[in-house]
Design a protein around this ligand. Structure first.
Ligand code: ADP
Ligand code: MG
Length: 365
């Protein structure tokens, strides 16, 4: 097994006019499952292809167990990759597809290869399909075959590029669990790429969040959710998204308030908060998650702001209450409060639950 290090990894295309991957440093522990997540075009596939050896870095290195593999050919790296489109050979049977890697990279006898493939197929519940051709299979079966084919080679590093994107929601949930089970069972190091933050939240030991080719934050899912380093991460991780509102720092004697006069927002900060944070006299973006917003049907004049209810969306146990504060303000509230559209409600939250993002750096202060 192997740990994987990305050391200043960089990839430019078209003579440097496109920086697809911008100096990424990342260490993945032996046996760890790291999910690489970010919007389309942020450099996920290119990063993964450099780890696999399918793309040559412009600068930087890839190391397996501390050993530089940057110049080693893809077929000589102990990696297996699973793609969104399965990449099965259409004219080969399932068995032939699954044994192909073993045939190419080892001198294992045919009987032994078939034995290994059969065992793997049994584990994955696809032994009945071994003589079928890929076009007879459903999407879910194809992806099982692709997974089985990857793991039968006993790779040290498992690379996934959005492998579940073509499957329906129910199957996707099932396969997520299956992939994690396999990864733990075989104790392989895994890098799993997805644009779907929900998938990333449920799958990784740690998340690596990419934007514009740059690594934004690496951490455990809850850590990233609770302490996003910047506005991009805060808005990208979590569904529905964090609410954002422009607020200005106003000082009045020793009192420090965050205000937005346009929407009647006024929030007084505690002295502790003011001492603990270096606030400039400028406009910050305030962020607060929907589940941390309290709405009240009684207006007292003490609330941070009032707002008009636009839509109430029941989601089973709770309700999503959409408020008429631009841009898009959403509260998640328990069913004891069930306002109607056009009702005026009070809006509050705890100081501990707010984030303040700096106007220039985007960083949480
Ligand atoms: P993701 O997988 O996150 O969607 P990619 O790694 O595929 O992102 O692409 C990152 C950026 O690099 C994009 O702007 C993409 O257009 C560009 N890119 C990727 N491959 C090539 C290539 N072979 N030639 C030119 N530009 C490329
Ligand atoms: Mg991609």
């Amino acid at each position: 097994m192997a740990d994987v290090t990305l050391d200043g990894l960089r990839k430019e295309f078209d003579r440097g006019t496109i920086v697809a991957v911008d100096d990424i440093d990342l260490e993945i522990e032996d046996g760890e499952f790291v999910t690489v997540v970010g919007p389309s075009g942020c450099g996920k596939t290119t990063t993964l292809r450099m780890v696999a050896g399918l793309e040559e870095p412009t600068a930087g290195r890839v190391l397996f167990d501390g050993e530089d593999v940057t110049d080693i050919h893809a077929k000589d790296r102990p990696v297996a990759m699973v793609f969104q489109n399965y990449a099965l050979y259409p004219h080969k049977t399932v068995l032939e597809n699954m044994e192909f890697g073993l045939r190419m990279s080892t001198d294992m006898a045919k009987e032994e290869r078939h034995e290994r493939v059969r065992e793997m197929a049994e584990m994955m519940g696809i032994e009945e399909l071994l003589e079928d051709s890929p076009d007879e299979l459903s999407g879910g079966q194809k992806q099982r075959v692709a997974l089985g084919r990857a793991i039968v080679r006993e790779p040290e590093v498992f690379l996934f590029d959005e492998p579940l994107s073509n499957l329906d929601a129910k199957l996707r949930t099932e396969m997520r669990a299956e992939i994690q089970k396999l990864q733990k069972e075989f104790d392989v190091t895994a890098m799993y790429v997805t644009h779907d933050q929900e998938e990333a939240m449920t799958m990784g030991d740690r998340l690596a969040i990419l934007d514009g080719g740059k690594l934004q934050q690496v951490g455990e899912p809850t850590e990233v959710y609770e302490n996003p380093v910047n506005e991009f991460v805060a808005g990208f991780i979590g569904s529905p998204s964090m609410n954002f509102l422009e607020v200005t720092v106003e000082r009045d004697g020793s009192a420090v308030r965050l205000t937005n006069r346009d929407v009647g927002f006024e929030f007084e900060l505690s002295q502790e908060y003011v001492t603990g944070h270096e606030l400039a006299d400028t406009t910050y973006t305030l962020g607060v998650r929907p589940e941390n917003i309290d709405i009240s049907e009684r207006i007292t004049g003490e609330e941070t702001m009032t707002a008009t209810v636009e839509v109430v969306e029941p989601i089973g146990s709770d309700n999503y209450v959409h408020l008429d504060v631009t841009p898009d303000f959403l509260a998640r509230s328990d069913p004891s409060i069930r306002p109607e559209p056009d009702d005026e409600v009070g809006v509050d939250f705890r100081e501990a639950d707010i984030h303040l993002f700096h106007p220039e750096t985007g960083k949480d202060v």
